[in-house]
Ligand binder design. Sequence first.
Ligand SMILES: Cc1cc2nc3c(=O)[nH]c(=O)nc-3n(C[C@H](O)[C@H](O)[C@H](O)COP(=O)(O)OP(=O)(O)OC[C@H]3O[C@@H](n4cnc5c(N)ncnc54)[C@H](O)[C@@H]3O)c2cc1C
Length: 378
Amino acid sequence: MPEIAPIPLAQLTTLRTGAAPARMVDAFTTDELVASLRAVWAEGDRWFVLGGGSNLFVGDEPFDGTVVRILTEGIERLASPHDGRARLRVQAGHDWDALVAYTVDEGLAGIEAMSGIPGTVGAAPVQNVGAYGQEIVQTLVEVELLDESTGEVSTVPAAELGLGFRTSVLKHHHGSEPQRRAVILSVTLDLAEVGHGERPIAGAQLRAALGLTPESTVTLRWVRDHVLETRRRKGMVLDAADPDTASAGSFFQNAVVSPDFAATLPPECPRWPVTPDLDTPVVIPLAAYDGLAPAPTVARPEVKVSAGWLIEHAGVHKGFRLPRSRASVSTKHALALTNRGGASATELAELARFIQGRVLSEFGLILQPEPVLVGVEL
Ligand SMILES: Cc1cc2nc3c(=O)[nH]c(=O)nc-3n(C[C@H](O)[C@H](O)[C@H](O)COP(=O)(O)OP(=O)(O)OC[C@H]3O[C@@H](n4cnc5c(N)ncnc54)[C@H](O)[C@@H]3O)c2cc1C
């Protein structure tokens, strides 16, 4: 195993918390990654894999196990079985935004609205990353997966990953065990070959965020540039010079509630039905396609409500911090908790619990954290 001297996780996570774990392994190739994980599993050691550390909230006590850093890289272009489309197989450790930049350079559409999301390609399906109505589920064909239960590598179609709103069968929710303990080695996406010309933009949410009408025509690069600009204004692009980006992005998930519960919330609270954006194409893997498209309607769809609105209307404003705490709500975005320099996980957890308590007493629901919790409870 390519073991290295353990590095404090505060240096490898964007929330900047956590001590050095007991053991750390750097895997630069898929063979190293597979061999290291099999060795750790054979020993029965506790473990987790680390990508860009941008969706992790790590506690102050050292992790008593092995952290395997995924540092594999590479994009391979494959033929798509569909006219006008291209497939990319990308190694798990490849930087997500570098992949998006590559697709835009190549004139391939499907992930450009997710420009600027930090982290690695392998972690993207774990919580079905998304922004402005685009989610990886819309273009994901399959992943190569190493399962802990068998120690074997298999190719798993996207349809078997349970991809939903910031979730999959691989995600550790609120510190719990995932449904499937496995590591993604590579990801295959199916993208549209649209070139560099101007075209109308699919997706009402994306158009609204960028101030476009259904008739507007823009290039892929225009979309990427404007998404990056919009995200920077909200502190959602990592920037060492911007303390609002020492975060895990949205710390709380938008809450998904029943229509009856949603009716008890103030009418001004923004809400959206939990249905697919019908304006956005959904890729159905060929092997799973039986000639029928999935029915788009649900009898009484659940409702997604804005966690940011609930937080601000529970009296927690942007920039809020508890007395003497080095953790604060971002000055640009009510959903992001930030480390203003040297904050411990305990300080961040106190702030998170305070916000959960305020929202619970004002609106009667418990906001759930979006990042994966390691050695910390909320
Ligand atoms: C400023 C900022 C903005 C953000 N904006 C968004 C956004 O718009 N949309 C969004 O969806 N997310 C957003 N995020 C969250 C985060 O960037 C994504 O969840 C990202 O995919 C995490 O990638 P990572 O490599 O950093 O994962 P890590 O934080 O390293 O890991 C997260 C979890 O995935 C597991 N994991 C990592 N790699 C693998 C693998 N190859 N196989 C199996 N499990 C793995 C880890 O063990 C851990 O449990 C944002 C975060 C920040 C800091």
